[in-house]
Design a protein around this ligand. Sequence first.
Ligand SMILES: [Mg+2]
Ligand SMILES: [Zn+2]
Length: 211
Amino acid sequence: MSWLIVVDFDGTITERDTQDDLLERYAPEAYAEAERGLSEGRLTLRECMEMEFAPVRGDHDTIVAETVAAAKVRPGFAEFVEAMEAAGNRLVVVSGGFESVIQPVLERAGAAHLPVIAHEFTITPDGTTLDFRADSDCDVCGEECKRGVVESMRDGMPVAYIGDGYSDRCAAIAADRRFARRFLAQDLDELGLAYTPFDDFHTVREALLAG
Ligand SMILES: [Mg+2]
Ligand SMILES: [Zn+2]
């Protein structure tokens, strides 16, 4: 059976969330306040991101290069991509993060050929603006959400979803097979939905090859 394998970027392909690391460094107060607003349900994901990134100031290329340099790819990712493609599956990276960070990290990991669907940001000395590329509020959760993106690519294939966070929740619920860590794992536990926990991509590769 071939799968559409949807992989989140921050905290999934990378060991730590590159957005969180950037915000902790450049806008720690706005970050803490916006994340609180999101978890208490006062802000949508889009509002949360706009609030926390707005006060990030500096040179775009410098901050992006620093973020890319600090990103560590989770073990087994390159082997996972190679094995999944060799077995006839289709892989796509769907991220609530930013293409200018994602592309160079994938390149370094030997996976520059993977299709990426993500947002973009522009950092300036006066603040940061976000460009929400997909710009589609989900019919199911009402949020800036990955479900519609995944549905539009599915083309009759079963979906395996691999993620760790808030923005993965709705799309992961709709998937046929789930791999989860952190917040996504907690959410799926609460919903009583099955998933495979993972710390590296060897686990995911072996589980998917086993069928
Ligand atoms: Mg994530
Ligand atoms: Zn949704």
